[in-house]
Design a protein around this ligand. Structure first.
Ligand code: HEC
Length: 264
């Protein structure tokens, strides 16, 4: 018995090291009315949660707020117009959001100017939002309030950097086409606009590239190393001699898809 509890402490050491090393500690489990922890519904391994919200405390009259999550979002469980809102008393502002999948962030911007000197509450309105593994939002996940200041710089409309097909092709040439393009691997899809855009995956019921929707594009699910839902392995495969894509490279491919996958 004693040995068992010592083992338990030893087993907890990596968790402490992780918590100290990363400066992030999981929120306490939510409690029911009797103060008992609410069990996490099976088969979830974690709640969905907000990790970081920027800026803190003060906003310009037209800000962009970045909300980072601990997990990838299921794109069918929220939409870009009714995900969150800023409100001050009865005053409510419409908004637009853009899900930056690679960074697991939502970029949120109101569509009209906020009132200076008022305090606004950020309210999450997509009640059924889930992670791609089906985890619901932590019941105690809370969003901040902000003071609006008219001397802070406003943000430009939500927009993605432009990425050309040529840039995406260069990434594929450096990391992928030694296999996807080698006649000995003829069962693998070529990585061209024609074989990617609107084309079905052989592995799952999804398009490889669905223009304007990176989160629904199986190509993204295959190249994000820690994406939890896909068949077989990440790309390039860890066993290959091809260098992995950097996070910036992956984000560039995401921007290309989000801009409609333009190509000549
Ligand atoms: C070493 C050879 C190799 C390299 C390099 C490689 N792949 Fe693959 N790829 C495979 C194999 C083998 C499969 C099938 C098994 C799997 O999915 O793990 C595959 C599967 C895929 C699929 C799924 C196709 C489908 O029909 O669903 C996509 C998408 C993909 N690769 C994209 C890429 C991209 C993008 C790169 C470069 C960033 C890349 N691959 C690099 C060998 C490779």
């Amino acid at each position: 018995m004693k040995r068992c509890s010592i083992m338990r402490y030893i087993a907890l050491i990596p968790a402490f090291v992780y918590a100290i090393g990363c400066g992030q500690i999981d929120p306490p489990p939510p409690l029911d009315e009797d103060g008992e922890p609410v069990p996490i519904p099976e088969p979830l391994d974690d709640w969905l949660n907000f990790l970081e919200i920027v800026p803190e405390e003060e906003l310009s009259v037209r800000p962009t707020i970045t909300i980072a999550f601990n997990a990838y979002l299921d794109p069918t469980t929220y939409d870009s117009y009714s995900t969150a809102r800023l409100q001050s008393g009865g005053l409510r502002h419409g908004s637009r959001v853009d899900y930056r999948m690679t960074r697991r962030e939502i970029h949120f911007r109101p569509t009209s100017d906020l009132e200076p000197e008022l305090q606004y509450e950020l309210v999450w309105t997509a009640d059924d939002v889930r992670s791609v593994t089906g985890s619901p939002l932590h019941p105690r996940a809370s969003l901040p309030t902000f003071m609006i200041r008219d001397d802070l710089e406003t943000s430009p409309p939500l927009q993605r950097p432009e990425v050309s097909w040529r840039e995406v092709e260069e990434l594929f040439e450096a990391h992928c086409t030694s296999c996807h393009g080698d006649s000995r691997w003829s069962q693998l899809p070529m990585l061209t606009p024609e074989t990617l855009i609107g084309a079905r995956s052989d592995q799952v019921d999804a398009m490889l590239v669905e223009p304007f929707h990176p989160a629904r594009s199986y190509l993204m699910h295959k190249i994000l190393p820690d994406y939890p839902v896909r068949r077989f392995t990440e790309q390039p495969p860890p066993w290959s001699d091809q260098p992995p894509l950097s996070t910036d490279d992956i984000e560039r491919i995401e921007h290309w898809i989000a801009n409609g996958a333009p190509h000549p």
